[in-house]
Design a protein around this ligand. Structure first.
Ligand code: TXA
Ligand code: MG
Length: 343
């Protein structure tokens, strides 16, 4: 199969929408990361997503809509707190877990009684869903276990020959996947942190809880509330360690470790902030230390770059885990198997 990459235009969106209606897969931009979209109501189309990604069948997909009007047909109930979150943060980088209606194929929900719904901020994404005339099921468009794609080129690297078309909408603004929030009860539970932060949810609802597995690895026998937590994610080939502490301690510890790795014949790289001086050692930038959203936008591309350059070790500066910093630390933590050195 030839994979065509087309820049977003009315014609390209129409072509992509026709592919979705025909039961095919399309790589699509969103404000968070690129998605691998299919008609959410077509079980056969949805199964192609799992094949193309190499995704385990017990990991459910998010259903994307172009308007809140499409939601009542997809869920059994919209609890009051969910309604408030929708009003406050949609369109935007937030997925709400709600009780699913029967029309959602079990391939989408992986047999669960709930479904994740998202109304993306990306205009191209909404235009595609509206043109297709169907909700679009879309996981991140990476091969399973690779970092999520934040450019059309990343999607091409992972999906060339597996899908007919990628819509190129430029680099994703947010850069980490949507916040996944269980909104089936009275108090929202953040299952995956993202651009809609615990602080923002707290402000609207008055309470929020964050699942314990957001910042800790799973142990044998742990029960997970979101299947995605079980799987190793975002793992670069480089052995990845995070350094957390006062900046001067972090910089000193990273430089010392870097030099020891060089002496041992390894090929290390530092994921660090622009304001910090690593004395000419190899650095992949996480942007400004003052802007956690820079790190969010750059992290996945940085992890891919490690592999492209054949780095064998990655030494990462921790980010303050507040606001979107929590999402950055969750993804970086998973890439590092939560190997965090406090210095
Ligand atoms: O930003 C995003 O959310 C992107 C773009 C394309 O919209 N999509 C995305 O999908 O990240 P994916 O499949 O890579 O991640 C979805 C996560 C998985 O961890 C999955 O386990 C969880 O959401 N999830 C989906 N449905 C769920 C459900 N019913 N209950 C609990 N967790 C669910
Ligand atoms: Mg994913």
């Amino acid at each position: 199969m030839i994979t065509q990459v087309k820049t977003v235009s009315p014609e390209a969106i129409e072509e992509a929408a026709a592919l979705i209606r025909a039961g095919e897969l399309v790589g699509m931009p969103t404000e968070t990361v690129y998605g691998l979209g299919a008609n959410a109501l077509d079980e056969n189309a949805v199964k192609k997503i799992f094949e193309a990604k190499g995704r385990p069948g017990d990991n459910p997909l998010i259903v994307h809509v172009s308007s809140v009007k499409e939601i009542p047909a997809l869920v059994r109930e919209i609890p009051a707190a969910a309604r408030k979150l929708m009003d406050a943060f949609w369109p935007g980088p937030m997925t709400l877990i709600l009780p699913k209606a029967d029309c959602i194929p079990s391939a989408v929900s992986a047999g669960l009684d709930t479904v994740g719904i998202r109304l993306p901020a990306s205009e191209a994404a909404r235009a595609l869903i509206a043109a297709a005339g169907r909700p679009i099921a879309a996981p991140s468009a990476n091969r399973s276990g690779k970092p999520s794609p934040t450019t059309a080129q990343h999607v091409f690297e992972d999906m060339e020959g597996r899908i007919p078309m990628i819509l190129d909408g430029g680099a994703c603004e947010v850069g980490v996947e949507s916040s996944v929030i269980d909104a089936t009860g009275e108090i929202p539970v953040i299952l995956r942190p993202g651009g809609i932060t615990p602080e923002m949810v707290q402000e609207v609802i008055g309470s929020v809880s964050v699942d314990e597995h957001v910042m800790s690895p799973l142990s044998e026998g742990d029960v997970v509330r979101s299947p995605g937590m079980k799987y190793k994610h975002y793992a670069p080939k480089a052995k990845t360690v995070i350094y957390d502490g006062a900046p001067e301690n972090v910089i000193a510890a990273i430089c010392a470790r870097y030099d020891a790795l060089i002496a041992a014949g390894e090929k290390p790289a530092i994921l660090g902030f622009d304001e910090h001086d690593f004395g000419g050692r190899t650095v992949i930038s996480l942007g400004s230390v003052h802007h956690a959203d820079d790190a969010a936008a750059r992290l996945f591309a940085a992890l891919r770059e490690l592999d492209e350059r054949g780095e064998t070790a990655a030494l990462c500066e921790a980010v303050d885990p507040h606001g979107i910093g929590l999402a950055v630390m969750n993804r970086m933590g998973r890439a590092a198997g939560f190997d965090i050195e406090r210095v």
